[in-house]
Ligand binder design. Sequence first.
Ligand code: CTP
Length: 400
Amino acid sequence: MLRNKRIILGVTGSIAAYKSSYIVREFIKAGVEVKVIMTLAARDFVTPLTLATLSKHPVLYKFTEDAEAGDWNNHVDLGLWADAMVIAPASANTLAKMAQGICDNLLMATFLSARCPVFVAPAMDLDMYAHDSTTENLKQLTERGVHVIEPVEGELASGLEGKGRMAEPETILSQITAFFSIPGPLRGKRVLITAGPTHEPIDPVRFIANRSTGRMGLAIAEVARDMGAEVYLINGPVNIPIPEGLAGVEYIESADDMFKAVMAQSDLSDIIIMSAAVADYRPLNYSTSKVKKKEGEWSLSLERTNDILGHLGRHKKTGQMLVGFALETDNEMENAEEKLKRKNLDMIVMNSLQDEGAGFGHDTNKVTFIFKDGRIEESTLKSKLDVARDLCRHISNFIK
Ligand code: CTP
């Protein structure tokens, strides 16, 4: 289950840090790609050389390796790279920082940037573990979705006996394996997702486009993949990394290309999510050579593109689920509900450009889910990944 997974192993200052080399070895045996981030205190317990040799990656612990060369260990990239982050051992100090969002080292900055599941394996002396503040910190982290791999009872480095000893590397590995083995609610479903803008060419150098970045669609692809779906992604021109592990990825330019690409996949798909901002109009005539500027005005005649979603709605397969997006500035609910009916959709996700932080170019979005049966669920401002999680949860409830 862990083969080809990418895991960040965070190692913090605890005597159990010596066991991190066994954890790395277990991960490597399971086919995991591991990158190790250490805190400075952890380096007193285990050498970076050991962990770098075992993990086959340089061990990271500083924000920058060579500041003058502009080198920067990008915690955001690391956070996005990982399929899981495992902090083992997690010291009382690190757990407290995680609970408070304190960001004074590379590991904490990566934790705050990570979008993946996070596991902690606490390790400390029994009184530190039993302290109210540690209990409170672990409770808070659990409530926020961090998975705690419970420490065990036993002899501690202090010579005392009690709970606080880090779980054994095999236990840590088996809990993470179990997490990834849970059958996803979209397992066996083929999901077609479109993302990004389209470019409608005027001549070889100019085109008409829109402000879509594709972030929403790519977040949906990532979440649907994690929920077990076989995801086929059709992208307009986007500048952000495409999630790994999708069943297929296709790049297109224009609305017409997207129409053809979607048509080739639609019959094979159980669920189709049209999150792309497909152009409604394209230049009537394409000039094969560059249009030279002249004095005075230039008018461009536009013609309608095919409404892909409308077409899908008219030719919907039995049991197929169709999800559309609506971006509205006025009469939002009325327009979105009208679109849902007109295009024969099962659900429409309405974003209002009136909402601060929603829509194009933001990492956040504020949406309203409108269902075919009239149900409406208004959501608060959330990260696009959380909106994608809500969306996929609604889809899995719908297809149950
Ligand atoms: N869509 C499509 N094909 C198009 C245009 C849009 O499939 N040629 C899809 C989009 O992916 C989105 C939904 O239809 O899921 C948006 O509906 P649309 O009626 O195009 O709404 P808007 O473009 O937002 O605008 P308008 O208010 O002009 O109708």
